[in-house]
Design a protein around this ligand. Structure first.
Ligand SMILES: NC(=O)c1ccc[n+]([C@@H]2O[C@H](COP(=O)([O-])OP(=O)(O)OC[C@H]3O[C@@H](n4cnc5c(N)ncnc54)[C@H](OP(=O)(O)O)[C@@H]3O)[C@@H](O)[C@H]2O)c1
Length: 315
């Protein structure tokens, strides 16, 4: 099968031929029809989890994918050949990922069936970004009328988070440049903050001197200074980071809850999100669909930023 691999941490992605894997006990072999691209994919290839998780090289890149069950291993009862499925397929100790024609998943792992009406492309764009958005909005625990800043709202996680928050009546302040402002408003954002005009925290503080109820920060890297946006949250509110940039102990001193979120794509959550996407209740903008052979170039482009939606690789 064709696949995109790295042969070591930090090496350039390569388009190669690999043996098609065989499903073992409890595993399904999935023929990938679409693989979603996420910043996590190259962070892992660069070594973000080096030392904490075993990695097998060559390592097939990518986590998110959607396709059809081709074959099942012994003991598989939840899926059968022909099922349309999607989810997260990254298995670092086995060197497996979604940027390939075929990959394996555990039947009890991070996959679920998708409705016939949901395209593989849209399904592949959902798992990491939309599950993170869904769980982030749940984790900040806001009610109707509360105010939430989504810092980094114009990307994959942010666009889904806008929709989940707005649907529960939360007033969403979303960062974004003028070219995406109308789109973010259509998704449910109340106010767009052009972060290229002036620092986001200054713009928000000017309109909310009393503070806001929560921030979902998708921008500050681990070890970066999150204090400017954290300072916007009033006592009793929540600061959530998807990059482990929150310091819950320091925030607790002034009565703010700090959350470092790691997404957990359960089959139940995946099923819920696929259902919402199938009926148009969760909208995902696809920036580009590219062939597997062009994955290396697409990763280089995605690393440079300016994401305004999701990129999907089509093997
Ligand atoms: N913990 C988890 O489980 C988890 C899961 C998913 C994602 N993540 C992390 O969450 C982050 C967001 O993921 P994603 O998939 O949404 O990434 P993405 O699609 O690349 O989107 C990031 C967005 O942030 C914008 N941005 C960059 N700098 C900004 C700034 N200073 N102010 C406001 N916006 C800014 C970017 O726009 P420009 O490039 O145009 O500036 C881009 O639209 C990534 O760091 C990712 O690794 C963590």
């Amino acid at each position: 099968m064709k696949a995109v691999v790295v042969t070591d941490f930090g090496s350039q992605p390569e388009f190669v031929e690999l043996p098609t894997p065989e499903p073992g006990t409890g595993e399904v072999l999935v023929r990938i029809h679409a693989a979603g691209v996420n910043p996590f994919d190259w962070k892992v290839a660069d070594g973000a989890l080096k030392g904490s998780v075993a990695h097998e090289f060559p390592l097939v890149m990518g986590s998110d994918g959607a396709g059809v069950v081709e074959k099942t291993g012994p003991g598989v009862t939840r899926f059968r050949p022909g099922d349309r499925v999607y989810g997260q397929f990254m298995r670092l100790p086995q060197g497996q990922g979604s940027y390939a024609e075929y990959t394996l998943a555990e039947q009890d792992g991070k996959i679920a069936l998708i409705p016939d009406t949901l395209s593989f492309t849209l399904a592949a764009a959902l798992p990491t970004a939309s599950v993170t958005a869904y769980q982030a909005v749940q984790a900040v625990r806001l009610d109707r009328g509360h105010t939430l800043l989504i810092n980094g709202a114009s990307g994959g996680v942010g666009q889904s988070a806008i929709q989940f928050a707005a649907r529960s009546g939360v007033r969403v302040l979303a960062t974004g440049t003028p070219d995406v402002a109308d789109h973010l408003r259509e998704l449910g954002a109340h106010t767009i903050i052009d972060f290229t005009e002036a620092p986001t925290h200054e713009q928000v503080a000017a309109h909310h001197p009393e503070g806001i109820d929560a921030v979902i920060d998708l921008v500050t890297p681990a070890g970066g200074d999150i204090s400017p946006v954290a300072g916007l949250v009033h006592t009793g509110g929540t600061l959530l980071s998807t990059n482990h940039a929150a310091d819950p102990d320091a925030l607790a001193i002034r009565g703010v809850r700090g959350v470092n979120l790691a997404n957990n794509p359960t089959a139940e959550t995946l099923t819920t999100l696929a259902g919402l996407a199938a009926i148009g209740e969760l909208r995902v903008r696809i920036d580009a669909e590219v062939p597997l052979a062009d994955a290396a170039a697409i990763i280089a482009k995605a690393r440079a930023g300016h994401s305004t939606g999701k990129t999907v690789i089509v093997p």
